[in-house]
Write a protein that binds this ligand. Sequence first.
Ligand code: SF4
Length: 156
Amino acid sequence: MSYVTKSPWIIHYDGSSCNGCDIEVLACLTPMYDVERFGIINTGNPKHADIFLVTGSVNEQNINVVKQIYEQMPEPKVVVAIGICATSGGIFKECYNVMGGIDTVIPVDVYVPGCAARPEAIIDGVVKGLGVLAEKRAAMDQKPAAPAEAEEKEEA
Ligand code: SF4
């Protein structure tokens, strides 16, 4: 499996977490773990992001935000659910407004366990995401090119 073909840019969204997992995501960016040395950049713009890191569960307040961030990201893209809340709803699963994990709204490629997820596990999840990203990119490259717009107009 071809892993690294480019430096991945990530976008992080806190769905409804207790902030425990978010602190660990931020720890990955600090000098202790320093993921930027691997070319992993944290961006605030979904249009620049390859990997979507989500913490917390989905609820009625954030469902549209999660969807909109995902839809604005260019293909190929990968979603990493960080922590047990993002994976399944976790300890908030039975709350009146919690709908479940992130995969109730968008497809998730990598699940990172933990409460909170440790920085090492988050970095491992991103590296696994790189493999998925490379597979998706290869699949896109193998697809036949879409017909030119001009040809479509001629046929119409
Ligand atoms: S998994 Fe644990 S630490 Fe992470 S957001 Fe949920 S309750 Fe907080």
